[in-house]
Design a protein around this ligand. Structure first.
Ligand code: PGA
Ligand code: ZN
Length: 427
């Protein structure tokens, strides 16, 4: 039984306030959970509650969300069992809004996550096993940021992430090792060329490059220098994050780094060209969050050879995913718990995606805490793929290291999810 619920304003990896919740069970044992925060957020995400008091943290304080947990939410949950569906339903009803803006999605998710931990503790199980509910568990194949642009790197490039997928690795530990080698090779290459090796928000490099093709050429060189075969051993993913350079008034996409403006068909053609030139197997948010017809066009054209992931498009919302399934807007969904605000709703999105033949990528945010919960979620839901950012910075490593521990704990039963079976992609 939940005996106490309290909360704390802590700091995330950008040094901005975020919410941590703590549940104390009636036997005196306690668990904590904290929530991440995005920068390139979608318009349809659940709403983080911020104080807006300019005298504290530039208005980003979360004392109101903390007070909501310790007040209204505690009053509603104390004395209840930590049962996920029931607790999440109470949280949603108590909030009463579509976008969770009254109590705050940050307050709600912190409590939802702490509830999962409390239930796992009460059941004497690791969280990933508890979340699996007796179903299949797999280690997720990582998709890892090497070069950053967009809002995470001062808009040096328009596209937000250039990521690598270790497609040949058969163990999670080997997958991570391959990525670290590519990351190190990229660091050497940039230094040799006198390019800055400063890190962006997720720990990827954010150099000033001429254009997107130069970024991909550098990635080819780094992969080869690290000793891997292009495409066979290491493939690429792009997070275009196109919402953030889309002009809704004209409907066009402004590539500032290349000094040109593209319409949706031209941007689609550009992505197709890049995928012809480099071993790209996955593309996220290649179009803007409300450009539905263009998404369907892109997926019809590229969906049989690329994983087409909706992040800002779907914002982990079942309603938006249903539309995307009906319209064949994509063939994959990025899953970010704080876009929707509860674990139950996240689980429902993953189940629905799978039933429709969509792949899933369990994702961190650009602002993270040291909470490793994402690793447990990816394993417990057999999410298939995980996107955490780069392989530096402890808020990222907390998750990677947790996955290494889970892999060891599973021993011979540990299965790394297979690389994308492109023939199986719907589109
Ligand atoms: P965000 O970026 O956490 O800043 O939204 C991550 C992403 O776009 O995938
Ligand atoms: Zn994204």
């Amino acid at each position: 039984t939940i005996a106490e619920l309290d909360a704390l304003e802590i700091l995330d990896s950008r040094g901005r306030p975020t919410v941590e919740a703590r549940i104390t069970l009636s036997d005196g044992r306690a668990v904590r959970a904290s929530v991440p925060s995005g920068a390139s957020t979608g318009r349809h995400e659940a709403v983080e509650r911020r104080d807006g008091d300019p005298a504290r943290y530039g208005g980003r304080g979360v004392r109101g969300a903390v007070a909501a947990i310790e007040g209204e939410i505690a009053a509603a949950l104390i004395g209840r069992e930590p049962e996920q569906r029931a607790v999440d339903a109470v949280l949603r009803e108590l909030d009463g809004t579509q976008d969770k803006s009254r109590l705050g999605a940050n307050a709600i998710l912190a409590v939802s996550l702490a509830t999962a931990r409390a239930a796992a503790l009460a059941a004497g199980q690791p969280l990933w096993r508890h979340l699996a509910r007796g179903g299949e568990v797999t280690l997720p194949r990582p998709m890892v940021n090497i070069l950053s642009g967009g809002l995470h790197a001062g808009r040096q490039l328009d596209f937000q992430d250039f990521l690598v997928i270790p497609v040949a690795a058969e163990r999670f530990g080997d997958a991570l090792e391959a990525v670290v080698a590519v990351h190190a090779a990229m660091g050497e290459l940039l230094a040799e060329r006198g390019l800055v090796t400063l890190k962006a928000d997720e720990g990827g490099y954010g150099p000033a490059l001429a254009d997107h093709r130069e970024a991909l050429r550098l990635l080819d060189e780094a992969v080869l220098r690290a000793g891997f075969a292009l495409g066979e051993e290491v493939a690429y993913a792009l997070d275009v994050a196109a919402t953030h350079f889309h002009d809704p008034a004209s409907g066009s996409y402004r590539l500032a780094s290349e000094g040109r403006t593209l319409d949706p068909a031209e941007l689609t053609a550009y992505v197709a060209e890049l995928a012809d030139e480099h071993p790209i197997v996955s593309v996220e948010d290649p179009l803007a969050e409300d450009d539905w017809p263009a998404w369907a066009g892109l997926t019809a054209r590229l969906g049989s050879r690329l994983q087409v992931i909706g992040d800002d498009l779907f914002t982990t919302s079942l309603d938006r995913l249903e539309r995307g399934i009906a319209e064949r807007s994509a063939n994959a969904v990025l899953v970010k718990m704080n876009q929707i605000g509860t674990i139950s709703e996240t689980v429902d999105v993953v189940s629905r995606a799978r039933a429709a033949g969509f792949t899933t990528v369990i994702s961190a945010r650009s602002g993270e805490t040291e909470d490793p919960v994402l690793a447990d979620l990816a394993v417990g839901l057999a999410g298939g793929q995980i996107k955490i950012g780069s392989v530096t910075q402890s808020e990222r490593l907390a998750k990677y290291n947790r996955l290494l521990r889970i892999e060891r704990e599973l021993g011979d039963a540990a299965q790394l999810a297979p690389p994308l079976a492109l023939s199986r992609l719907s589109g």
